[in-house]
Design a protein. Structure first.
Length: 129
């Protein structure tokens, strides 16, 4: 697996909107919770359905850490943003609390930003390559 797998809640319109945004700027293979293979699921934490995950060949990143890894893989601007954020004191705590704040309110955010599928963005992203 060279392309990291981005695991997300494929029943959440806001989650799918955010995954489409990440696919626009980075190269990931999106995998919804309902599409997980037994091998992929075995690599995830027990309560994997509470947040997003990034599966690479060597590591599994979850929740805020997964988002940080994804943004860091979204070109020069993403790498710079992550580099600056990592300089903040207590960055890990801030990152996880911020992620949880947004994730726990997905239904509210979904009223403003939502989509019904991720596949369209993936197809158009690959056709540009």
């Amino acid at each position: 697996m060279n392309t990291p797998r981005l695991v997300y809640d494929d029943e959440c319109g806001f989650c799918m909107y955010m995954i489409r945004w990440l696919l626009r700027f980075g190269e990931f293979e999106p995998v919804g919770f309902s599409e997980l293979t037994p091998d992929q699921e075995a690599r995830l934490p027990d309560e994997y359905d509470t947040c997003m995950h990034l599966l690479t060949d060597t590591a599994v990143y979850s929740c805020g850490s997964a988002l940080e890894q994804c943004v860091g893989r979204c070109g020069t601007v993403g790498r710079r943003i992550v580099r600056i954020l990592r300089l903040l004191p207590f960055w890990g705590w801030i990152r996880e609390r911020g992620y949880r704040f947004v994730a726990d309110r997905r239904a509210i955010w979904g009223q403003f930003r939502s989509c019904e599928h991720v596949q369209g963005e993936l197809t158009s992203n690959r056709s540009r390559q």
